[in-house]
Unconditional design. Structure first.
Length: 317
């Protein structure tokens, strides 16, 4: 298995680190602008804490890097990896600045570099069951919901830094809608003008809730609703309404209502472990068709940003 470096040592990096080590890879180095976090992460993973990005990239044994930085910290990190021809996995979302995201994507394409983006819902073990059912009976409508608490990390509540809840969280559901229903051809959206109470003390400016109606080239439609006003996670799910059948998918379970019959199947595989193993195996020459390339991820990201921008710019009658 490859030797892996980490850029970013926060919560999501720790989750990916557990998946990487479970897959048999070795974490050899980490860099974070918060040196205390980097040293703690390094100690937990028996790695070296690098004082700078250049120091980390100078580590000769690194075969790939996991990029786990806040949305607005992207750009120079990815370009440095492209310049060094180091394959990388990057946690979503991509930069809220679409020009930057597109420039990174173009650089990756020119370099022919292997990348993967952390849309881990694509690695749910029940997703293939969903795709088979949709091949029998396509979805007329999707209802995507992400109702959750307000994250405490300082960058999350800043629209310019995170892109807001649709871009930072609900993008997972948007990506699945693209995968299952096709490309987006139309968007209508609204967001509340209020800021969540939990974020007011920190100067947050993200909307407390939003709703979007999305049209796909296949003729299907989707309703996306999100909110970050609750004390904890409440509903995160994608429901697909087909001819005579309803399919609901969460990270934990798939529920199928088919006539009078209801079937519930648990999602037994950890999608973080599955996506890490897929990326690491691909680095060694294994199949890469299930990786979410940066180019593909950019299409989902562009939809998420378009929904957020449309919602913020909508006017009331």
């Amino acid at each position: 298995m490859p030797n892996v470096g980490f850029i970013g040592a926060g919560f999501i990096a720790s989750r990916h680190a557990a998946a990487v080590t479970a897959a048999g890879a070795r974490i050899v180095a980490v860099h974070d602008v918060d040196h205390a976090k980097a040293f703690a992460f390094a100690e937990c993973n028996r790695a070296i804490a690098s004082n700078s990005l250049s120091d980390l990239l100078a580590t000769e044994s690194i075969d790939a890097v996991f990029v786990c930085v806040p949305p607005d910290a992207h750009g120079a990190v990815e370009q440095a990896l492209v310049d060094r021809r180091v394959p990388f996995f990057v946690e979503k979302p991509l930069p809220p600045n679409l020009d930057m995201a597109r420039a990174i994507s173009a650089s990756i394409d020119r370099a022919g570099l292997m990348t993967s983006v952390g849309y881990h819902w694509r690695h749910l073990d029940r997703l293939e069951d969903v795709r088979l059912m949709l091949a029998e009976s396509p979805a007329h409508m999707a209802v995507a919901q992400w109702h959750d608490g307000f994250p405490t990390v300082p960058w999350w509540g800043c629209q310019a830094r995170s892109g807001g809840q649709v871009v930072e969280q609900a993008t997972h559901l948007i990506d699945l809608c693209r995968l299952l229903l096709g490309e987006v051809v139309g968007i209508r959206a609204l967001s509340s003008r209020s800021v969540p109470t939990a974020g007011r003390a920190t100067g947050a400016d993200v909307a407390s809730s939003s709703a979007a109606l999305v049209e796909f080239a296949t003729g299907s439609i989707a309703v996306l609703a999100s909110s970050c006003t609750l004390p904890r996670r409440h509903t995160v799910a994608l429901e697909l309404i087909c001819e005579g059948r309803a399919i609901t998918l969460t990270e934990d379970v798939m529920t199928v209502v088919d006539g009078a019959r209801t079937v519930r199947l648990m999602c037994d595989r950890d999608p973080f472990a599955a996506q890490a193993e897929t990326f690491l195996r691909a680095l060694e020459g294994g199949p890469s068709d299930s990786l979410v390339s940066y180019t593909d991820a950019l299409l989902s990201h562009e939809v998420a940003v378009a929904i957020a921008d449309t919602a913020r710019g909508a006017r009331k009658l």
